[in-house]
Design a protein around this ligand. Structure first.
Ligand SMILES: [Zn+2]
Length: 300
């Protein structure tokens, strides 16, 4: 049995998967924000509950914000900042009495979709999370590509390519740079763009609803969003040329993207024709926690 934990900013979700990927049990608890020790204890409690419910002991994989720095062994880049600088994997392993595998949440999402989801059987998969932030992960032949700096796939913090005049220098990003892809393609990025054009602040779902209702300004904001996503993903195609690109996160519910973006990226990718499919996630919001479980592959 495999246990997966998805450590989010507001909730921690746990799942127990049978070897064939069937869901055996699922539990959820609130994240004790800004309390590292309580966060560890909550995860251990979820593991204990899942094992009580199934009557089995499992491997434990955790999808987390940020990543473990190969240089220090400590968490870095987590927007749940109370994790940063901590030996999260070792501390948790001590608490649950076994080795724990941890990976960035976007990597877990991609692993889930590559294992038994929208990109099943694809050799090279690029997974994108466009939600509160913008993240990405790469899975090659069923394995997460981490890289020596543990930043493989982090396309959210590259600058928006082929910027138009009004996109320079671009919005300030929390990483310290300007014009990062995340500042445009996250949900808040779309909200900011619409606000700049109209003076009205509404969330991404609200903008999509207005566009569907014939609002010209909302439609224009979505067209800018699609154009930017196409440019940003074209650079991924140029560098990685994945077999499948899978979208996840809140913005992945915008169905029109699956048609518009592949039409638009033709213009930017360095190829006579682009045949790469852009797909919605098969497991939806459960992909992060399922991918965490799959961090323990079939080889152990
Ligand atoms: Zn950035």
């Amino acid at each position: 049995m495999r246990i997966g934990i998805d450590l989010g900013g507001t909730k921690i979700e746990g799942i127990a998967l049978a070897n064939d990927g069937r869901e055996l049990a699922r539990q959820r608890l609130a994240t004790p924000r800004h309390d590292y020790d309580a966060t560890l204890r909550t995860i251990a409690e979820l593991v204990a509950r899942l094992e009580r419910e199934t009557g089995e002991m499992g491997t434990v994989g955790v999808g987390m914000p940020g990543t473990l720095s190969p240089a220090t062994g400590l968490v870095k880049n987590a927007n749940s900042t109370w994790l940063n600088g901590r030996a999260f994997d070792r501390d948790l392993a001590a608490l649950v009495g076994r080795e724990v595998r941890c990976a960035n949440d976007a990597n877990c999402f991609t692993l889930s979709e590559a294992t038994d989801g929208a990109a099943k059987n694809a050799a090279v998969v690029f997974g994108v999370i466009v939600g509160t932030g913008t993240g990405g992960g790469i899975v090659v032949h069923g394995r997460v590509l981490t890289g020596p700096n543990a930043i493989a796939g982090e396309w959210g913090h590259v600058p928006l390519p082929w910027p138009r005049d009004e996109e320079r220098p671009g919005p300030a990003c929390y990483c310290g740079k300007n014009g990062c892809v995340e500042t445009y393609l996250s949900g808040p990025g779309l909200t900011r763009d619409y606000h700049a054009a109209t003076g009205t602040e509404i969330d991404a779902a609200g903008i999509a609803a207005r566009a569907a209702g014939g609002d010209a300004q909302a439609e224009a904001a979505l067209e800018r969003y699609e154009d930017r996503m196409a440019r940003a993903l074209a650079t991924v195609l140029n560098v990685l040329d994945p077999d499948v690109v899978v979208l996840g996160g809140g913005m992945s519910r915008l169905v029109r993207l699956y048609d518009s973006v592949p039409r638009l990226w033709q213009e930017w990718a360095f190829s006579d024709r682009v045949t790469t499919p852009l797909r919605p996630p098969a497991h939806g919001d459960a992909s992060g926690v399922r991918g965490a479980a799959w961090l323990w592959g079939g080889d152990e």
